[in-house]
Design a protein around this ligand. Structure first.
Ligand SMILES: NC(=O)C1=CN([C@@H]2O[C@H](COP(=O)(O)OP(=O)(O)OC[C@H]3O[C@@H](n4cnc5c(N)ncnc54)[C@H](OP(=O)(O)O)[C@@H]3O)[C@@H](O)[C@H]2O)[C@@H](O)CC1
Ligand SMILES: Nc1ncnc2c1ncn2[C@@H]1O[C@H](COP(=O)(O)OP(=O)(O)O)[C@@H](O)[C@H]1O
Length: 287
């Protein structure tokens, strides 16, 4: 049965914060997002994760992004990865990753990292070294395709959440030599991961065969960067203890609702990713 994501469902999922809260109890997100080519992906993902209420956000950032550090939100704690001829140092990446993942409760990998051949080993190392729940989006999905279906099945164990748009989904199926028409429901169960397939409407396929359909959103949000905001939001909720299924439902519902409110108030046909963030800063969930 397909279950619509409702206001009540989302409200019921929200993390509670009691008076004994402190930042580490609220959950940190370790991010590996962005590159010299895509600095905006780092900015949008990290901002969204922090705004979702994560206690803190760590960002593994390539050396080449360091001159742009001022564009990364001030709340984010950056760790620099050295680069040699545009290739990230795997030793440096893994050492930093090991330090910050110990203080984190969720991981976000992929948006805007690019597709250099060397990233395959890097992602493989990171994903093999942690038991934390993990959102994989953007270029991370393309690299996951190279790592192979067996790697996915061996490591996911219900903790990973894939957030492809239709293009990324088709590419992933092609990499694993599947029929493009195959149902994500079957694959979520086989792979042991939650799949959020973005579109209109977006669907969430869970490991146990449940399908959720989003009831918010509109094509105004089909602009570059809105997916990065979504990935950051989801990682932020994951860090606060929501399950991958809940985090996906809450993130897609809130991002869609923000786009709906923006269209209703501005009468525009298009919204920017930073406008979604600004809207969510003033109105999180509305009835
Ligand atoms: N500000 C930043 O830094 C930003 C950084 N970003 C980062 O950039 C990286 C690359 O991301 P990407 O989305 O451009 O991926 P790419 O592999 O080129 O695939 C696109 C191809 O798939 C196809 N396609 C089919 N259906 C589709 C659909 N519904 N939505 C989209 N595409 C669809 C379509 O081909 P078509 O079907 O039109 O022939 C198209 O050519 C990634 O890491 C991301 O995080 C972005 O988030 C933007 C903001
Ligand atoms: N046809 C559509 N109608 C409404 N919303 C959509 C549609 N397609 C995608 N979206 C939403 O728009 C955003 C764009 O995501 P994505 O394509 O990954 O963007 P990017 O990777 O460029 O940031 C997502 O929040 C997604 O749920």
């Amino acid at each position: 049965m397909i279950q619509p994501i409702t206001y009540q469902f989302v409200q019921g999922c929200f993390p509670k914060r009691d008076s004994a809260a402190h930042k580490y109890k609220n959950g940190f997100v370790t991010t590996f997002v962005g590159s010299f080519q895509y600095p905006g992906a780092a900015r949008l993902c990290c901002h969204a994760a922090a705004q979702a209420g994560a206690g803190g956000v760590y960002a593994l950032l390539p050396e080449s992004l360091w001159p742009l550090i001022g564009s990364i939100p001030a709340e984010v704690i950056p760790y620099m990865i050295k680069e040699h001829d545009g290739v990230l140092s795997i030793v440096d990446s893994v050492e930093n990753f090991l330090v910050i993942k110990e203080k984190s409760s969720a991981i976000l990998l992929g948006p805007g990292i690019g597709r250099h051949a060397s990233l395959s080993n890097l992602l493989k190392s990171m994903l093999s070294m942690t038991e934390l729940p993990c959102v994989i989006d953007g270029d991370g999905l393309s690299i996951l395709g190279q790592l192979g279906e067996n790697f996915l099945i061996q490591h996911s164990h219900g903790r990973w959440l894939l957030t492809p748009h239709q293009g990324e989904w088709q590419q992933l199926l092609k990499s694993f030599e599947y029929n493009p028409a195959l149902s994500p429901q079957e694959l979520a169960a086989k792979w042991g991961c939650t799949i959020l397939l973005k579109g209109f409407p977006s669907h969430i396929y869970t490991v146990d065969g449940q399908i959720y359909v989003n009831t918010t959103g509109n094509p105004a949000a089909t602009t570059a960067g809105c997916g990065d905001v979504l990935a950051g939001l989801i990682a932020g909720y994951l860090a606060q203890g929501l399950s991958p299924d809940q985090s996906a439902c809450v993130g897609i519902y809130l991002a869609g609702q923000a786009a709906d409110r923006l269209v209703a108030t501005t009468r525009r046909h298009s919204v920017m990713a930073t406008e979604i963030l600004a809207e969510l800063a003033t109105n999180q969930l509305t009835k």
